[in-house]
Design a protein around this ligand. Structure first.
Ligand SMILES: Nc1ncnc2c1ncn2[C@@H]1O[C@H](COP(=O)(O)OP(=O)(O)OP(=O)(O)O)[C@@H](O)[C@H]1O
Ligand SMILES: [Mg+2]
Length: 182
């Protein structure tokens, strides 16, 4: 948070915390207070977000618990906010490139302290008919990966990598979204 105006830091903390009482103070700036859980522990949770910034903040929070080799599956209807969630996670992992939906291939790899892959499988209608190396190009033990996926894609991903979390995002009217992380 160094270098950030206190007001912005506070709004980030607010977006990432469920209530004001969860906001702690570190180095003079308010920060979301972490629950005392182990790094690998993933407590299922369901949140409502009121705009893209809050969905990004949930992605950032999940990112802080990920390790190299982890894959996060993100599902949801068209325009639900899957890429928005991944964008927040990528930022938190140190990706400086603009994070958008992969356009000309199924995925993108972003340089970062731990490299990050972002795969969008919604355009792939039949994974079984694809080159087996298609996913392997993006999933490895040195990277963290996010996969926007239709349910049928889970098995091929699970064969190649450790699924650390499953995220489901649903429209809830206007800019509201329900984000489930399990
Ligand atoms: N609460 C919210 N969370 C996430 N996105 C939101 C929210 N409210 C509005 N939006 C808007 O909804 C859109 C979500 O687009 P995004 O590309 O993230 O969705 P997607 O699920 O990845 O879509 P696609 O199915 O095309 O891959 C963005 O324009 C974003 O600004
Ligand atoms: Mg998308």
């Amino acid at each position: 948070m160094e270098g950030r105006p206190a007001a912005l830091a506070y709004s980030v903390a607010q977006a990432m915390a469920k209530t004001d009482s969860e906001i702690g103070v570190r180095g003079g700036l308010p920060m979301p207070r972490r629950k005392q859980t182990s790094r690998r522990e993933q407590t299922p949770r369901r949140e409502q977000t009121a705009g893209p910034f809050e969905t990004e903040a949930l992605g950032a929070e999940l990112a802080s618990r990920l390790e190299p080799g982890d894959v996060v599956l993100v599902r949801g209807e068209l325009g639900a906010g899957k890429t928005t969630f991944v964008r927040g996670a990528c930022r938190a992992l140190g990706v400086t490139a603009i994070v958008t939906s992969p356009t000309f291939s199924i995925g993108q790899r972003y340089p970062a302290p731990v490299p990050v892959s972002h795969i969008d499988l919604f355009r792939v209608t039949d994974l079984d008919g694809e080159d087996p190396d298609l996913l392997a190009d993006y999933l490895d033990s040195d990277s963290i990966a996010f996969v926007e996926w239709p349910p049928v894609a889970e098995d091929p991903v699970a064969r190649l990598a450790r699924i650390a979390a499953r995220v489901r995002i649903d429209h809830a009217g206007g800019d509201r979204r329900i984000v489930e992380i399990a």
